[in-house]
Design a protein. Sequence first.
Length: 132
Amino acid sequence: MPNTVMTEWADMVFLKFNGATFSAATYPILALVLPGLTLPDARGEFPRIWDDGRGVDNGRALLSSQIATSIGRYVGTDGNTAFIGINNTDTTGSGYASWSRVSATSTGVFGQTEYQGVRPRNIAFNFLVRAK
C-alpha cells in the first residue's frame, strides 16, 4: 500500500478493492461515495481508468463492469449469396451479438465461425481510493 512506502502518507489509510465491507463510522467520507458500505471487487479484473467525460468510453459509470468482447467472423452462404458476417458480442453492453453482413455473389463457400477476443472484461474506477 502507498502509505507503507511513502513516509509522508503514513497517516493515510488505503483499502483494497476486494469486495470487503467497511464501517461508515470508521470511514464516513468513503461511505458517502459507496453508500452500500461494500468495496467493489476488482480482484482478477483488468483495470480501466474511468473516462470521466473524456469521450473515449462514453456512457460508462464509475465502478461499472464491462464484459469482454469477442469479434466473431462467419463465412458462409445462404444458398445464393456468399457473405462474411462480423459481430461484436458486447456492442450495447448487453452481451448479445449484433451481426453486420458484407455480401458478395459467389458459390462454393461453406459456413465457418471463429471468435477472437479483443478486450478483456474490466471495471472502471479511480486509480486509488484513499479511505482516510
